[in-house]
Design a protein around this ligand. Structure first.
Ligand code: GLU
Length: 433
């Protein structure tokens, strides 16, 4: 059972907030403009990249368990496919919106380019609270959503994957619905499936593993010995828990982890394998014994070497960026730092390694999964992890080279790597007609 003191678990009053909530699209557009200023890229290319190629909006009717029919709204934003099919997750979350999907699809374009994967960027979702759905309802909603999106997706067109509120089982239902209608089994239509139906070994763990690899490299770059590095991780789901556990295995001291209910803190280091992850037991972090309990916001202000925000977007804002005491922030979630907060952190000398590099292990193993599906040949976990390690190191080295050559932030450097590749592809293909 829980023990120790509870500090500051009250949420901040909303009138204390000064920064207007920023949409993922606003953040993504501002980041694009900021990075483009460092590059000699045709302004027409930047202009084209500010707009998604297509956004599909669909109605998804569902007969609830009580017989009532409810209609949910679903989206699929397809940002850019100059380097290959659109790629990116599907969210089931009450805050899904067209704007959010477009912003997140832009990040997927950069993420795939920074990793040098032959994909563009897409993102979609359904405006629904998945906690309000029974398993049967979730399955029916997923199947109907797959059917509504069927004309726009496919292994050579647009390949969805799991994201917030969806998982391997959701992808299995999605693949099954698509395949039934197409009249053949097409595992490559989505990634993140269970291995028994064409999923890849190591896919679930991959985003957290890449966060851990990048945190390890960043610590090394700034001359921290991993054995003496302290880490705090906000969010203990598939990204946060896997990142925390690997860093713990590799010798770092993970002093704090959190979930929606709050954080546990032990200055001597937590045994991260004994703290239940969201998948093992949802929202159970606070039930774990620890010398101190903190609020979910306070974990962002701990004086640690490395902070990993791996929960939701927009958690580091202009309101709390001045209170971040970590030396290095490694973004596990998509878009945890607002544009305004990013500048404050940069002025204060806090190094922020961006999401499009740090959590890109997910889409990288999705690429491996897609290759395995197309070739009908399964890779071993060892091969997946070895190839992921080498892809992450190669992307890290590309981004590090830009940081050193241009004296820019890690985010700008990652954008520069991505934008250069996209712009070169766009100008080589040309604008038609
Ligand atoms: N949803 C994950 C992300 O944001 C993975 C996307 C994918 O594998 O296509 O990177």
């Amino acid at each position: 059972m829980s023990s120790g003191t509870v500090e500051n678990t009250e949420p901040k009053e909303s009138d204390e907030k000064t920064e207007e909530p920023e949409s993922a699209l606003e953040t993504a557009r501002r980041q694009l403009e900021h990075a483009a200023a460092h590059l000699d890229v045709d302004s027409g290319v930047i202009e084209r990249l500010k707009h998604p190629t297509k956004v599909h909006r669909v109605a998804v009717p569902l007969e609830r368990d009580d017989g009532e029919v409810e209609v949910f709204t679903g989206y699929r934003a397809q940002h850019d496919d100059v380097r290959g099919p659109y790629k990116g997750g599907l969210r089931f979350h009450p805050h899904v919106s067209e704007e959010e999907c477009v912003g997140l699809s832009m990040w997927m374009t950069w993420k795939c380019a920074v990793m040098d994967l032959p994909f563009g960027g897409g993102k979609g979702g359904v405006v629904v609270d998945p906690k309000s759905l029974s398993s049967d309802e979730k399955e029916k909603l997923t199947r109907r959503f797959a059917e509504e999106l069927r004309p726009f997706i496919g292994p050579k067109k647009d390949i969805p994957a799991p994201d917030m509120g969806t998982d391997a089982q959701t992808m299995a239902w999605f693949m099954d619905a698509y395949s039934m209608q197409e009249g053949e089994t097409i595992p490559g239509v989505v990634t993140g499936k269970p291995p028994v139906v064409g999923g890849s070994e190591g896919r679930d763990e991959a985003p957290g593993r890449s966060v851990a690899i990048i945190a390890r490299e960043a610590a090394d770059y700034y001359d921290y010995d991993l054995e003496e590095t302290t880490v705090a991780v906000q969010g203990f789901g598939s990204v946060g828990a896997n990142a925390a556990r690997l860093l713990d295995d590799w010798g770092a001291t993970v002093v704090a982890v959190s979930d929606v209910n709050g954080a546990i803190y032990d200055p001597d280091g937590l045994d991260t394998r004994s703290v239940p992850s969201h998948e093992e037991e949802p929202e159970a972090v606070m039930t774990h014994d620890a010398p101190q309990k903190l609020s979910n916001e306070k974990i962002l202000e701990l004086d640690v070497d490395v902070l990993v925000p791996a929960a939701v977007g927009n958690v580091i804002t202009a309101d709390n960026a001045a209170d971040v005491e970590a030396d290095i922030v490694v973004e596990g979630a998509n878009g945890p730092t607002t544009f305004a907060a990013d500048s404050i952190l940069q002025e204060r000398g806090v190094q922020v390694v961006p999401d499009i590099l740090a959590n890109a292990g997910g889409v990288t193993v999705s690429y491996f999964e897609w290759l395995q599906d197309i070739n009908r040949r399964q890779w071993s976990l060892e091969r997946v992890n070895d190839e992921l390690e080498s892809h992450m190191l190669s992307a890290w080295n590309d981004v590090r080279a830009e940081v050193q050559a241009r004296d820019v932030s890690w985010r700008d450097a990652a954008y520069i790597v991505a934008l250069s590749r996209i712009a070169e592809a766009k100008s080589t293909r040309g604008l038609w007609p």
